[in-house]
Ligand binder design. Structure first.
Ligand SMILES: Nc1nc2c(c(=O)[nH]1)N[C@H]1C(S)=C(S)[C@@H](COP(=O)(O)O)O[C@H]1N2
Ligand SMILES: [Mo]
Length: 256
């Protein structure tokens, strides 16, 4: 596993230079997620292929009752606008802080890349799309789980507005702490994959990714990126370099 605890997704190391800040400093571009010469990582591709073969694309993650809802800690980045946070991004952080102070009235989500019609959606636009509420279990790689209720727009509904091209295979997400990650179209179009703006019946709290986070219910917790600012659809796998997790040894696909 990792020899430096600071590199766990839950407590990310300070990201030097690169990525996030430069907007779209995505490096590399290939067919499938690489394993970076890590022998153990070969299992990732096997796991990915096996899960994709064995699970029907639409099989749902288990959903729970209201009475199952438990306390959920906010971990990793809990305020991208806090300059004291070790994940503070000098370009994006102040932008986030300004948006938060304005109650996210000016927050916009850009969906671009391999799409017929790039769109920019505000919070109210997202709330006018189809709405889904689900009570699911979040599993963190650090060993804890928690059950919470999430409300949001199915990612599928937001993507549909932008009309992904026929060759589109991956959906990349950029967050206000500079993190970038991606999922494949199977997860992107899954009915439980949400752009969540509500948690346990309230607006998504700051620590949990306000105003909008991703929920990817059939993968490990670090795939549910918080503080989403931009979506980039791509025909090929894009390695986000230092802004991503895979170069630190974390699996790109981590199905649960
Ligand atoms: N942008 C961003 N998203 C993130 C993280 C982060 O540090 N930054 N941490 C991840 C990890 S490791 C987990 S377990 C969950 C934690 O979500 P929570 O803070 O709502 O419990 O968010 C994930 N998404
Ligand atoms: Mo995590």
């Amino acid at each position: 596993m990792m020899d430096d605890a600071r590199l766990t997704p839950g407590r990310r190391a300070v990201l030097s230079g690169l990525a996030g800040s430069a907007g779209l400093a995505l490096t590399g571009c290939q067919e499938n997620p690489p394993t970076y010469g890590n022998l153990l990582r070969i299992g990732d591709n096997l796991t990915y292929q096996a899960q994709r073969l064995l699970l029907p694309a639409r099989s749902l993650a288990r959903e729970y009752d209201r009475s199952d809802i438990s306390n959920m800690p906010a971990v990793g980045t809990t305020d991208p606008g806090d300059p004291k946070s070790e994940t503070f991004d000098p370009q994006l952080g102040p932008l986030y802080d300004r948006l938060r102070r304005g109650g996210f009235a000016d927050w916009r989500l850009l969906i671009e890349g391999s799409v017929a019609r790039p769109v920019s959606l505000g919070l109210e636009d997202l709330k006018r799309l189809a709405r889904r509420t689900q009570i699911t279990r979040h599993t963190c790689e650090e060993g804890w789980t928690a059950i919470a209720e999430w409300t949001g727009a199915p990612l599928m509904a937001a993507l549909a507005l932008a009309r992904p091209n026929a060759g589109a295979r991956f959906v990349n997400f950029m967050a206000y702490d500079g993190q970038i990650d991606s999922i494949d179209m199977i997860d992107a179009l899954h009915p439980q994959t949400l752009l969540a703006y509500g948690m346990n019946g309230r607006d998504l709290p700051l620590g949990h990714g306000a105003p909008v986070r991703l929920r990817v219910e059939r993968q490990i917790g670090y795939k549910s990126l918080k503080f989403i600012r931009k979506i980039f659809v791509s025909d090929h796998f894009v390695d986000p370099g230092k802004a991503g997790l895979i170069q630190s040894g974390w699996a790109w696909y981590n199905g649960i």
